[in-house]
Design a protein around this ligand. Structure first.
Ligand SMILES: [Mg+2]
Length: 301
């Protein structure tokens, strides 16, 4: 999809969310004519506060997976290939679909072609469709993650310092809605949230996951659309992505959203700033700083 396509999606997402959420379209009932308002002394109402959709990245922002994904993917690929897979592709900030597609290609699959043939995998001649293969591998990885869920904590993973308090601090504001935008596929994202104690908050139903998209900007627009379908009248400009990687920042900017960088991953604060993050925090251990950053990134009226 091109930048022009993204711009069109952003414009569509900026329209009123729903008749119930937009200003009341019901015409005024007929009645006696009223006097024109006086030119002076009109009451001035304070501007209305607008909702904000906070979209959390998971890995190295809310939680540290400590290599859980690679430990789950490697044996699945080994079973598929009948040999140890070649790894060495970047996981950071990328969607599971993009990571697994790269790994399959790196291991000899021609999966960018729906009619790709891989004789190593099929034993000769049988056609292998990318549309079937990538989701099948993702399902196998998700199943292994669920079977060996304890490996995340056993391997040294868990929620990052301050993450639970940060989510709770934002939950105290009724106009802040918290969803998820992650490169993790839905099944593994929900698993990681549960294992790390984030059940229900952030709200996965306001989220978008790495199953079907390779581009984070599309995930962000999907999450905004999910919020609007719930009657939360937000535009992309009222969405604030919180993430640790330049991919989070670029995705947010491409989607017309805001971004708070958190330097708890492998990207420095300076790099997050230079990528265009509106605010950068060293970590999530100061809830007041996070709340202030949300307000600074997305003005409330
Ligand atoms: Mg991340």
């Amino acid at each position: 999809m091109t930048r022009a396509d993204l711009a069109a999606l952003r414009r569509a997402a900026a329209a009123p969310a729903s008749p119930s959420a937009a200003s009341d379209p019901t015409p005024a009932a007929p009645g006696p004519p009223t006097a024109a308002p006086a030119p002076t002394a009109a009451p001035v109402s304070p501007p209305a506060l607008v909702p904000v959709l906070v979209l959390w990245d998971l890995d190295l922002t809310l939680l540290d997976p400590a290599g859980f994904g690679a430990r789950m993917i490697t044996p699945v690929l080994a079973d598929l290939l009948g040999r140890e897979p070649v790894m060495g592709v970047s996981f950071a900030g990328r969607t599971d679909r993009a990571i697994l597609t790269d790994l399959l290609v790196r291991n000899g699959m021609r999966i960018d072609d729906d009619n790709a043939t891989d004789t190593t995998l099929t034993g000769g001649g049988e056609l292998t469709s990318a549309d079937r293969l990538v989701p099948a591998v993702m399902d196998a990885v998700a199943e292994r993650c669920e079977t060996f869920a304890d490996d995340l904590l056993d391997g040294g993973g868990g929620s990052l310092p301050g993450a639970h308090d940060a989510v709770r601090a934002l939950a105290a504001d009724p106009l802040v809605h918290q969803g998820i935008v992650t490169g993790n596929m839905r099944r593994t994202a929900l698993l990681k949230l549960r294992v790390c104690g984030f059940d229900g908050l952030p709200d996965p139903s306001l989220g978008a996951f790495g199953d079907h998209r390779s581009d984070r900007a599309h995930l962000i627009l999907d999450a905004v659309a999910a919020a609007r379908a719930r009657g939360i009248d937000v535009s992309p400009a009222q969405a604030v992505v919180v993430g640790d990687h330049v991919h989070d920042v670029r995705g947010a900017l491409d989607a017309g959203a805001r971004c708070i960088g958190v330097a708890t991953g492998r990207v420095s604060a300076d790099h997050l700033h230079s990528a265009g993050a509106h605010v950068v925090l060293p970590d999530l251990t100061d809830p007041d700083a996070l709340v202030a950053a949300i307000h600074a990134a997305a003005p409330r009226h």
